[in-house]
Write a protein that binds this ligand. Structure first.
Ligand SMILES: [Zn+2]
Ligand SMILES: [Zn+2]
Ligand SMILES: [Zn+2]
Ligand SMILES: [Zn+2]
Length: 684
């Protein structure tokens, strides 16, 4: 993820750079810890006198600031929603009511309850019955006006009938009848008719239930996809990984993953939640702030109009931890133009209380032993940061970023241990300095933020979803044709231990907030299991791959394609087949056999023994047909079936041939596309 310094931070960065004379620069360069770097910079007069107000006022992008809800706007959107209803456009109404909710101030509970009631009507027309019930529940808990309640109780009853939850429907009809007593604005006749109808329904339902022996209601349908699970056992030391993976260490490579046994293509090797993950600003009103899934029926934050959640569960998690601090400062972050990496560095702090960092700070430089937990900040702290190789300019730039993030933490109330309730006033930004009473916190937390920024440079991952075009009526969604779209940045502590290869043996995709890593190749016991940090050898020439990796990750790639100068996909020859040496005592050599070869005993150039290629050719003769079947299944959206076929083909290939060759990578590429189609997606 590359940094993007447009927005007001760029100006701040340049101004401070220009203000620093040689003495200050030297002082800074001589500092040895992250804590001291941040504390020193914070103490400089140039920082203390830096006034952000006009920059923020000028900035038009990145959300409203100061953060405030807007009742008028909410009402306007609601009216538009009501108009859509009159036209019978329920889908449009659903959208407009959702947009309206975002702007309703927290104290306007009645206004919000009416919106939930209206949205439940739209949902019921759109036959989204479980969601209808959820919105009715929200509406009632917010104190929907008593004289209108008969409407939602009746809607609830009818919805439950559709879902065959008859016992609950009985209660809802009873509630309708009592609520009708309070329906003052309803005229007598209508009231009487509704009452009679409800009573009739009750009679029918009771009779039916008695006849059927009073069966229990069916369970409500669960919409949230189940948490993905590793098929076999976990690695006891690294529980996010399968027992087929172990983490090894050597001085040169650091920590890396290897296979503890033969692994078959298609196997799930790792499932991990991010330690921290941050949604990009541009998706904050369409995707869940907490789990990144697209919300067609969003729940807004009660305090700001900037973010939405997919469920009460995600909303609670966020409000109890990071979002209560971030709520008021989000537009500042977005307006600053800092990269999502900076935001993750901040989130790594706001999601835990200050006391947590106080507690662990004493021994933080000792690598924790014991089970490697995803949620343990100390594991993140010990990921690669290359602190010794950094230049003072690098430290200076990142420290300036940190000063800004620390300022935001102060404003958010984090240092006081209590999220602020009042909106931020613009005058609070007339200085980038932090109140001296927070000096200790600035040194500790600022030092960690600076460390986070360095760690994230090498260890962050992109979170993406497939965006697929609306399918034509009667057609399946052809998800494998979707486009991968970058939604969020995140850090996965166990996955971060995997090294890079330009010919990776795994693919990663997302299931809700979880990252799922699967083998796309057969991997032999003892082999390294590598993922990919960006460039793939089949499409990017070696010089470019090496340069990219060096620039962003600071290492020289020594993967097999890099060492052996493997050709790009386009340049792979189709003139001969690459047989594995298969003599009585096979050697690691590749025996090149032209397609029009007339012999069947071919001498290996290395061990000088003979390989009988007839056996191999025979086992490969069906692979073309099998590949066609796999492709056909994929085109029909039968991804599981397609993957099975591709796995079978790879097994046959691997028994006889040695990569690289085109049909091998065709098969891997299609298997990868099928796997991506199993992950998060949205229809656009
Ligand atoms: Zn969510
Ligand atoms: Zn908020
Ligand atoms: Zn490489
Ligand atoms: Zn040989």
């Amino acid at each position: 993820m590359c940094a993007n310094y447009e927005g007001f931070f760029k100006k701040f960065h340049e101004t401070i750079d220009n203000c620093m004379d040689d003495v200050t620069r030297n002082n800074f360069a001589n500092l040895e810890t992250n804590s001291k770097r941040v504390a020193y910079l914070c103490s400089l007069p140039a920082i203390k006198s830096y006034d952000l107000r006009s920059d923020i006022e000028k900035s038009e992008t990145g959300g409203e600031f100061p953060v405030k809800k807007d009742l008028e706007k909410a009402r306007q959107l609601k009216d538009e929603g009501n108009k859509a209803v009159q036209k019978g456009d329920w889908a449009k109404a659903l959208q407009l009511y959702s947009q309206s909710m975002v702007f309703v101030p927290r104290k306007e509970t009645e206004e919000l309850s009416i919106l939930y009631a209206n949205r439940s009507a739209a949902l019921s027309h759109l036959e989204q019955y479980e969601e209808t019930l959820s919105d009715i529940k929200r509406c009632l808990s917010l104190g929907y006006p008593r004289h209108l309640r008969y409407k939602v109780y009746e809607r609830k009853a009818r919805t439950l009938l559709v879902l065959k939850r008859n016992q609950e429907a009985i209660t809802a009809f009873q509630n309708t009848i009592s609520a009708l007593d309070e329906a003052e604005s309803l005229n007598k006749e209508k009231r009487q008719k509704m009452r009679t109808d409800a009573k009739l329904m009750l009679e029918i339902l009771n009779k039916g239930l008695t006849l059927a022996g009073n069966p229990k209601d069916p369970e409500p349908l669960k919409k949230t996809p189940p948490k993905p699970k590793l098929p076999g056992k976990n690695n006891p030391q690294y529980p996010a990984a399968s027992e087929a993976i172990q983490i090894d260490f050597d001085e040169k490579k650091g920590r890396y993953a290897t296979a503890t046994r033969d692994i078959q293509a298609g196997e799930t090797l790792l499932i991990e939640r991010p330690f921290s993950g941050v949604l990009l600003g541009e998706y904050s009103r369409t995707h869940c702030q907490n789990c990144f899934i697209k919300c067609s029926i969003p729940l807004p934050c009660p305090n700001c109009p900037n973010v939405v959640f997919c469920s009460e569960k995600c909303s609670d998690t966020a409000q109890k931890t990071y979002h209560s601090y971030e709520c008021q400062i989000l537009p500042l972050l977005w307006k600053s133009g800092c990269s999502v990496t900076c935001h993750i560095a901040l989130r790594m702090i706001t999601q835990n209380r200050k006391e947590y960092f106080n507690e662990i700070s004493a021994n933080i430089d000792e690598k924790p032993t014991g089970v490697y937990k995803t949620s343990d900040y100390r594991n993140i702290y010990h990921l690669v940061a290359h602190e010794d190789e950094r230049t003072k300019q690098d430290f200076l730039h990142r420290s300036q970023m940190t000063v800004f993030l620390v300022k935001l933490l102060e404003i958010s109330g984090y240092f006081d241990g209590k999220p602020r309730e009042k909106p931020v006033e613009i005058d609070e930004l007339k200085s980038m300095g932090v109140d001296e009473k927070h000096n200790e916190a600035v040194a500790l937390i600022g030092g960690l933020v600076l460390k986070n920024l360095q760690i994230l440079q090498f260890n962050a991952h992109e979170v993406f979803e497939l965006q697929c075009p609306k399918p034509r009526v009667g057609k399946n969604i052809i998800k494998h044709n979707g486009k991968s779209v970058f939604l969020a940045g995140a850090i996965f502590p166990t996955l971060a231990l995997f090294n890079h290869s330009c010919d990776p043996s795994v693919v990663r995709y997302f299931c809700g907030p979880y990252i799922v890593v699967k083998a796309v190749k057969n991997i032999k016991k003892g082999e390294e299991v590598a993922e990919n940090y960006g460039p793939i050898f089949t499409t990017v020439p070696k010089e470019n791959r090496q340069a990219d990796l060096k620039e962003q990750y600071w290492f020289d790639c020594t993967c097999v394609p890099c060492q052996q100068n493997w050709p790009l996909y386009e340049e792979m020859t189709e003139n001969y087949m690459r047989f594995k040496c298969d003599s009585d005592r096979p050697c690691p050599n590749v025996v090149a056999v032209p397609y029009d070869c007339q012999e069947f005993m071919i001498k290996c150039g290395l061990c000088e023994q003979h390989t009988n290629i007839l056996k191999g050719l025979k086992s490969l003769q069906d692979t073309d047909m099998m590949y066609k079947l796999g492709r056909a299944a994929m085109e029909e959206g039968k991804y599981g079936e397609a993957i099975k076929k591709f796995v079978e083909i790879l097994k046959l290939y691997d028994a006889t041939l040695a990569p690289p060759y085109k049909s091998y990578y065709d098969c891997i590429q299609d298997m990868r596309r099928c796997m991506l189609a199993l992950g998060n997606y949205s229809i656009v």
